[in-house]
Design a protein around this ligand. Structure first.
Ligand code: AHR
Length: 658
């Protein structure tokens, strides 16, 4: 991809002053004494869904695919290495005796010559780093003989890059561990597990984790990805989706209780995205639930985000089966919601609070809100929501509920749900918009005249989608024009922070070799990750939030697209700063004068963060991660005014002390 022209800021902005080309100076006025709506601390958050290999093969740092042989094809991801007929592997299903993890492999070594092993391919290969430590573990029991286990990490060029031995397998089911330090970096390595000496052993839960997980936790998360999430400083974290909550049918819905406790007891299920799109089929996509509700809560806690779990409300995906549970059988679903509050907030003496403590977090997670269903619609949703709301509000009146407004930002389904849920005095309506960039540009005023007395809005899933082209880079749909459109729109969300109280881009993560849906906020392969231009827009808004909206006007009107300019402003009580966001969507530089009108005396200089590109379709890749990335600059304030030129197609954040 062509190298993109970027701007050096401080002092150089003037070189883009196209005033000479008869661009009129745009005059913005910020009313610095006026305090508009408070901006909720949780305003800008993240939406996590296990789509695009976001969990297994992504954020969840486990490197072995199908570690417990529970995929529909029990040896998917595994290859038998059998030299001279040395051994066999038999998959045994113990059924009800271990209903959550019924299968294991019985390895029988017949000869002491040749060799027998199982090779695991990882998730589109295994990413291993030179000089980093990797921890291997396996559940095993001995049924006779002296079987020993040896592991070898093999690079893409077939060279051995790591190895370790385990002690002799003895007696009943025991967890055995070993580790190795890798000799080379490889994005497409695999792991061979060899069994030596005649005899028979049973094995299960074969696992390989990097030592360096996020915050060094066992069963932990991939550090680079978690750090990218933390760097967004998200106000909330919504999990676990998305449509994954609904399941294609109710049997395959997300059930949080199956995702907590010992990882060996978490019942694996299909990932509903595995064959959803024929052109991006991934039949090896399952949910091990190694990243389950405890880990989600812990991650939210670690990154300072309010947890926002979304639960199934007794309805499967209405694009798939549309199955619903009869109203008189909703109790199980409602009980799951009530128990979740206990799991998150309850005393350690309670059943679910006790489990939280046993898992390592005696302190409550301080859950304040919960979603009821994802993209549901029609009367069947409202009926079910009412049952949920009654039970939850009776027991936990302070928990706010997020309700669906359907899959689209307008239309019959949307209008019906808005009217019905307003009557129900719902706390939050979850609006989704996956639309063209033009929609975002044209909807920057969407909330200016929204009903102030109705439910608050959670802009729970949004992303500007450009049309397909023949470009083959996975990351190409995260173009600058889409990010610019989102930024323009987000000024409208911020201006209306009294109505729109939370917002999150979606989806969050995508593996370049295993995605189903794009655009996405962060791309990764087995070793690297990259923030898209859209990521940087989210980050710029989140880290420059402020505490109260301050009006900003151009010719007496809100600044929402006239002359290709969009703007919102806030004050930050903690830092005593004004934060002014100005988006220039024009392909040319625009001279502006920002008049800071009020009694508060501004300091003499401002800091500026700019995200810009002159290339509409610029995007970041794993190889070129900073084609579009924020740059810092600043300038002087004279006569209470900032006078500068906005770079073409730019998002600008001015911070002024006062
Ligand atoms: O973000 C991808 C999908 O888009 C979500 O799962 C769903 O809620 C929406 O349709």
């Amino acid at each position: 991809m062509k190298k993109l022209f970027t701007y050096a800021l401080t002092g150089l902005l003037c070189s883009f002053n196209f005033i000479g080309f008869a661009q009129q100076v745009k005059k913005l006025t910020v009313y610095t004494d006026t305090r508009g709506p408070a901006i909720p601390p949780a305003m800008w958050g993240i939406f996590f869904e296990d789509i695009n290999f976001s969990a297994d093969g992504g954020l969840y740092a486990e490197l072995i695919k199908n570690r417990s042989f529970e995929f529909a094809q029990p040896l998917m991801g595994w290859k038998t290495l059998n030299k001279d007929g040395a051994g066999t592997a038999l998959i045994i299903n113990r059924g009800e005796a271990n209903a959550n993890n019924p299968r294991f492999a019985r390895i029988n070594i017949k000869k002491d010559k040749g060799s027998f092993g199982l090779a695991n391919e990882g998730f589109r290969g295994m990413g291993l780093f030179k000089d980093k430590k990797y921890n291997f573990s396996i559940l095993a029991r001995n049924l006779g003989g002296n079987v020993k286990i040896r592991i070898e990490a093999i690079g893409a060029n077939n060279e051995k890059i790591g190895e370790a031995d385990l002690p002799l397998i003895k007696g009943e089911w025991t967890k055995y561990t070993t580790s190795f330090t890798c000799k080379a970096t490889d994005a497409k390595a695999h792991l061979n597990v060899y069994f030596e000496n005649p005899g028979t052993v049973d094995i299960d839960m074969v696992s390989l984790f990097p030592e360096d997980t996020y915050k060094g936790r066992a069963n932990g998360l991939r550090a680079d990805l978690a750090e990218k999430l933390a760097a967004l400083k998200p106000g909330f974290m919504r999990f676990p989706g998305g449509c994954i909550v609904e399941g294609r049918d109710l049997a395959n819905r997300y059930q949080w209780k199956k995702t907590v406790g010992d990882v060996a007891d978490r019942e694996l299920i299909i990932n509903r995205w595995n064959t959803e799109f024929a052109n991006r089929s991934a039949p090896d996509y399952f949910q091990s639930y190694g990243l389950g509700f405890f880990e989600y809560f812990q991650l939210a806690d670690d990154i300072g985000a309010e947890p926002l779990p979304i639960l199934n409300c007794g309805m499967a995906c209405q694009y798939n089966t549309g199955e619903v549970v009869p109203l008189d059988k909703e109790d199980t679903y409602i009980q799951d919601a009530l128990d979740l509050v206990e799991f998150a907030n309850g005393a350690t003496s309670t059943k679910w609070g006790g489990l939280r403590a046993a898992m390592g977090h005696p302190k409550p997670f301080n859950l304040k809100m919960m979603g009821v269903g994802n993209e549901q619609w029609d009367v069947q949703y409202v009926e079910r929501y009412k049952l949920f709301a009654k039970a939850l509000k009776d027991k936990y009146p302070d928990i706010k509920l997020v309700t669906s407004s359907g899959p689209s930002p307008d239309g019959d389904k949307f209008d019906y749900l808005h009217a019905e849920l307003t009557k129900e005095k719902a706390d939050f309506l979850d609006e989704h918009y996956y639309q063209a960039p033009e929609w975002f540009f044209n909807n920057a005023s969407r909330y200016d005249n929204y009903d102030r007395s109705g439910p608050k809005i959670f802009a729970g899933e949004y992303a500007a989608h450009i049309k397909d082209t023949k470009n083959t880079d996975a990351e190409y749909k995260n173009t600058w024009i889409s990010a610019l459109a989102e930024a323009a729109f987000m000024t409208g969300l911020e201006r209306n922070a009294d109505v729109v109280q939370m917002a999150s881009y979606a989806p969050l993560l995508a593996h370049v070799d295993a995605w189903q849906w794009r655009p996405d906020l962060i791309w990764f392969d087995n070793l690297r990750s990259v923030g898209t231009p859209n990521y940087y827009v989210q980050q710029i808004f989140s880290t420059n939030k402020g505490t109260n909206v301050v009006p900003v006007k151009m010719n007496g009107a809100v600044v929402a697209g006239k002359d290709s300019i969009y703007s919102s402003a806030s004050t930050d009580a903690a830092t005593h700063q004004l934060i002014i966001k100005v988006v220039n969507t024009s392909a040319t530089a625009q001279p502006v004068e920002i008049n800071l009108q009020g009694k508060a005396k501004p300091q003499k200089t401002y800091n500026l963060t700019v995200l810009s590109s002159t290339e509409k379709y610029a995007y970041n890749t794993l190889a070129e991660p900073t084609n579009v990335a924020p740059k810092q600059g600043g300038g002087g304030i004279a006569g209470g005014k900032i006078t500068t030129s906005l770079a073409p197609m730019s998002v600008n954040v001015f911070r002024v002390g006062y």
